[in-house]
Design a protein around this ligand. Structure first.
Ligand SMILES: Nc1ncnc2c1ncn2[C@@H]1O[C@H](COP(=O)(O)OP(=O)(O)OP(=O)(O)O)[C@@H](O)[C@H]1O
Length: 986
């Protein structure tokens, strides 16, 4: 990969790191071949120039979709790109047309929903982000448009995500080729639902993966002319049979055993099953339950999936009976028999399981027992029955269990194939291969050899394809490519599969009764002594190492012979063939005489070789697409980069080889535009006057005096290291330009600073001067103010003393004037008082004299007037007494008149009618009365007048009252009137 390039001091590079695999840093110095690097974690590292790789400082921060677009195609660059993308949950990356899928170990539903499928449908490859749908879409389009069969090869180590990726591929293909809106058992649904069934019987929890597929799988999906799925076929490879009988903590046996033990009660009762821990085949490992797998639910789900793929109720029943029988067989134990090298059923418990197993398999219990503890040896003369010691009986038991289980698995696969059905008219198919990746453990056995053999085969196919693709790109771009080579692994394949190769020798050893693994190993050592790909480890008698393309693997030959033997023990075959259960009997059909003989010589190795050849033939007739699944060692995301194992996985998946092939040719390809964009700075004058990028590229490359590059139709193709070379020159030009820019910038900055300082100084000076002058002015102003204040204070004081003096003088003057005035005033006041007193005294004296005189006169007048008045009073008193009696009589008369008047009226009314005759008299009387009344009135008026006159007279009259004759006359009249009234009354 990437040749160490033009590294100079200051270059950014990658160097190896014991913990992080690779770390970036900057070159501090270079001495001969030693490079001193300051790493980004603060360390200083000295390393060989050949171990230093340039770092692309212009790589996009989110990484690139396609690793062939990396400017530097080398290990650290590849890892960095994957790690950067993985951080952003971009788990898919292309390397050319190969898709690398890094296991996210978390559900990313948004990546696989229907919306996503719709987006990828018909989209150009590379237009959208890398995705498994894009690969499936390309395969589907190629199939439809070009009528070619396509295949998608998914590989990777256990737990890398192959099965998940395959499921997604199938889902997408079912989406493209499915019938929309059709419910029920459609072909595509059966294809999809075959997964859970196969997983139940072929998957198990392992150290690496909780749902590890213990078989390889090639699913052929057939399409009709319209592109609809019309049939499918599933081919499986190499089911891990040993797992049925032997497991270790923390692994589990196949899922179906645990599902069945957790089944509803009536089912477990029917199969006489108890807790999974009570079965030897399951309790060898302490792991019974797996996080994330609900065995009881999975049992029901498996049954549902079986319904969909067309395994009917009866067949399901039979399948689970056989599964239960395998568990019961595993619990049959043996004790030593009475005879030498013989065995018997150990105890009642074992016998119970023996009986149950025979019941479930519907075969004869005694025959089952016999088949387990004896062997028949057929000689030309006779048939000899040999007993087996307990150890061999156990091996026999396990062999029976493994055979039954593997036949059951094959039956299920076959049944699914029959049920889904093949389309005989289909001309187009897409095959999806989900097969185990390269394996290299501490102990590698026959299974690993088969797996690695498969991977060698696929690698060869892959190399040829990638090589072809590479050449195709060169042809497309019309460039010369004659010198590109790639490493071929044909020699390893020859070692394994050729006539006289490993598999052939193993078969030979199996057929030879006295062979042991040691004789087999010895045979290998001598046969492949000079083979470059075969190594005999020192101090080992049975191990051998094969130099695979992905690395050396040392195999332990110990169980190779056993594991390679494929034939079923005749006793087992006969026993189960005779089963009264048609299902069990069909698992072990009677073999024709010929094949039963030849079956003695068939081996798993050679059968697998044939299967593989057929698979390779199928693949060769298809257009392949590759998906490489990668498993980050640690679940923590950054660990992907700390993990050298990732590189190993990429190497095993052929990704590094693909990159190497690319490097061997023209690893760096840049479109003309990209190239000019990046390297235009190397000759800016060359870009002037022309818009043609291709010519510009050519001119730049010529100017740089590079050799062996190629100019294609749309891209520039550079040899390894040339990109770094150009980058270094670009860095130089950019460096120079940077220095000029720096110089100009510094000048500009310095000048700007100077101008700034000068202006600042002027500003400062003017400010200081201003401040000084302002201070001086302030002093002067203060002095003037002080003088003014002094003047005013003095004036104020002088005025104050003057005013004081003036006030004192005025006060004094006022006092003196007041004193003389008061003296004058007192004198006048005394004089005035003396006059006043004199006047008063004289007045008093004269008034007293006058008063005395006045009093004496009055006393004389009073005495006289008293005498006269007394005389008058006496007269008046007498007159008053007479007037009172008259008045009283008059009042009585008035009352009487009123009464009479009233009675008269009354009499008048009463007697009007009766006394008509007397009317005239009455009228006369009335007239008289009237006259009388007039007279009374007159009398009254007169009385009033007289009273008035009397009052006036009393008032006017002198005190002596005179008796008047008027009163006597009145009294007489009253008396006469009274007499008249009395008369009238009568
Ligand atoms: N694309 C994915 N999205 C989410 N999880 C995934 C994805 N791929 C793999 N996983 C997780 O990784 C686990 C292992 O994946 P898977 O079973 O596909 O590996 P495998 O390569 O088929 O292993 P084995 O060879 O042992 O069968 C899955 O159970 C799942 O949890």
């Amino acid at each position: 990969m990437g040749t160490p390039a033009n590294i100079i001091v200051g270059s950014h590079v990658w160097v190896e790191d014991p913990t992080l695999a690779w770390i970036d840093g900057e070159v501090l110095s270079i001495k001969n071949n030693e490079v001193h690097v300051q790493t980004s974690n603060g360390k200083k590292v000295t390393t060989d120039r050949s171990k230093v790789f340039p770092k692309d400082m212009e790589a996009p921060p989110g990484g690139v979709d396609d690793m062939t677009r990396l400017s530097y195609l080398h290990e650290p660059g590849v890892l960095q790109n994957l790690a950067t993308r993985y951080e952003l949950n971009e788990i898919y990356t292309y390397t050319g047309s190969i898709l690398i899928a890094v296991n996210p170990f978390q559900r990313l539903p948004h990546l696989y929903d229907t919306h996503m499928m719709e987006q990828y449908k018909g989209a150009d490859f590379g237009e959208l982000s890398p995705h498994v749908f894009a690969i499936a879409d390309v395969a589907y389009r190629e199939m439809i448009n070009e009528g070619k069969n396509n295949s998608i090869l998914v590989s990777g180590e256990s737990g890398a995500g192959k099965t998940e990726t395959t499921k997604m591929l199938m889902r997408y293909l079912a989406h493209l080729g499915g019938r929309s809106g059709v419910e029920g058992r459609t072909v595509e649904q059966q294809v999809l639902e075959s997964n859970p069934v196969l997983e139940a019987f072929g998957n198990a929890k392992t150290v690496r993966n909780n749902n590890s597929s213990r078989f390889g799988k090639f699913v052929e999906i057939q399409f009709d002319k319209t592109g609809r799925i019309s049939g499918a076929a599933i081919r499986t490879y190499l089911l891990e049979r040993s797992r049925v009988c032997q497991i270790n903590t923390p692994e589990r046996n196949y899922h179906c055993f645990y599902f069945l033990c957790a089944a509803p009660h009536e089912d477990t009762q029917r199969y006489k099953l108890a807790d999974a821990r009570s079965f030897h085949y399951l309790n060898q490992s302490s792991c019974i339950e797996v996080e994330g797998i609900n065995d009881a639910e999975e049992y029901l789900a498996t049954r549902r999936a079986m319904d969909i793929v067309g395994i009917n109720e009866e067949e399901q029943e039979a399948i689970f009976r056989v599964v239960a029988a395998v568990l019961h067989i595993g619990n049959i134990n043996f004790a030593k028999g009475k005879e030498v090298d013989s065995s018997v059923i150990q105890d009642d418990n074992s016998r119970f399981h023996l009986n149950t197993a025979s019941e479930l398999l519907e075969c004869d219990c005694n025959n089952l027992e016999k088949a387990l503890i004896t062997r028949e040896i057929v000689t030309p003369e006779e048939i000899i029955t040999r007993t087996l010691d307990p150890e061999s009986a156990l091996a026999s038991r396990d062999a029976l269990a493994k055979t039954i289980y593997s036949r059951l698995f094959d039956w299920i696969v076959e049944k699914i194939n029959v049920s889904i059905g093949q389309d005989p008219n289909s001309k187009q198919l897409i095959g999806v291969l989900d097969i185990y990746g390269f394996e290299s453990f501490k102990i590698n056995s026959f299974e690993q050899l088969c797996i690695n053999y498969t991977n060698e085969k696929l690698q060869q196919h892959f190399n040829q394809h990638v090589f072809k693709m590479e050449q195709e790109e060169y042809t497309r771009e019309e460039i010369n490519w004659s010198y590109i080579e790639f490493v071929d692994n044909q020699d390893v394949l020859d070692l394994i599969e050729k006539k006289g190769g490993l598999i052939a020798l193993l078969d030979e050893a199996c057929m030879f009764p006295r062979s042991t693994h040691e004789t087999f190993a010895q045979k290998l050592y001598t046969t492949f002594k000079n083979n470059k790909r075969f190594v005999k480890p020192k101090l080992s008698r049975t191990d051998f190492t094969v130099v695979h393309y992905a690395g050396d693997v040392t195999y332990q030959a110990d169980h190779f012979l056993d594991k390679n033997k494929d034939y079923v023990v005749a006793e087992h075959q006969d026993l189960l063939n005779a089963s009264s259960c048609p299902f069990v009997a069909s698992l072990f059909p009677t073999l024709p005489e010929e094949s039963s003989k030849s079956s003695k010589f068939s081996s798993i190795g050679s059968r697998f070789k044939l299967q593989l050849q057929s698979l390779m033939e199928t693949l060769s007739s298809t257009e392949p697409h590759y998906i490489r699944c990668v498993k980050p060692n640690n679940l923590l995301k950054p660990a992907i980069f700390e993990n050298t194992n990732v590189i190993q996985q990429l190497r095993c998946g052929g990704v590094l080889e693909a990159i190497r092939i690319s490097c061997a040719g023209y690893p760096t390809r840049k479109t003309f535009y990209e190239f000019v964009n990046r390297f235009g700075v190397l000759g800016p004058e060359l870009l002037e006057g022309s818009n043609d990028d291709k010519i510009a590229c050519q001119k730049i490359l010529e100017k740089m005096k590079l050799e062996n590059y190629q100019i294609g139709k749309t891209k520039v193709f550079l040899r390894a290291g040339q990109m770094a070379d150009l980058d270094a020159r670009r860095a130089e030009v950019l460096g120079k330009a940077a220095r000029i820019i720096q110089r100009l910038m510094r000048t500009y900055i310095a000048r700007k600073q100077f101008v700034l300082v000068r202006r600042s100084t002027t500003h400062l000076q003017s400010f200081v001067r201003g401040t000084l002058v302002r201070n001086l002015y302030e002093c002067m102003r203060r002095e003037a103010a002080a003088v003014k204040i002094q003047k005013n204070v003095r004036r104020h004081k002088a005025r104050e003393s003057y005013l004081l003096l003036q006030a004192a003088t005025v006060t004094l003057q006022t006092g003196l004037r007041a004193m003389s005035a008061r003296k004058e005033f007192r004198f006048r006041k005394e004089t005035k008082a003396a006059v006043h007193i004199q006047a008063r005294w004289r007045c008093h004296r004269d008034y007293s004299h006058y008063k005395n005189m006045q009093r004496a006169v009055l006393t004389y007048q009073c005495a006289w007037r008293q005498r006269l008045a007394r005389r008058e009073l006496r007269n008046l008193k007498m007159a008053a007494r007479e007037t009172g009696a008259l008045k009283e009589a008059k009042d009585k008369l008035e009352k009487r008149v009123e009464e009479l008047t009233w009675r008269l009226g009354l009499e008048k009314r009463l007697r009007t009618d009766l006394e008509e005759a007397k009317a005239q008299e009455i009228a006369k009387l009335q007239e008289t009365l009237h006259d009388l009344q007039l007279q009374v009135e007159e009398a009254k008026t007169m009385a009033t007048k007289e009273r008035e006159a009397a009052r006036k007279a009393i008032e006017e009259a002198p005190p002596v009252i005179k008796e008047t004759p008027v009163l006597v006359e009145d009294t007489e009249k009253v008396n006469s009137l009274t007499a008249e009234v009395d008369q009238l009354k009568v």
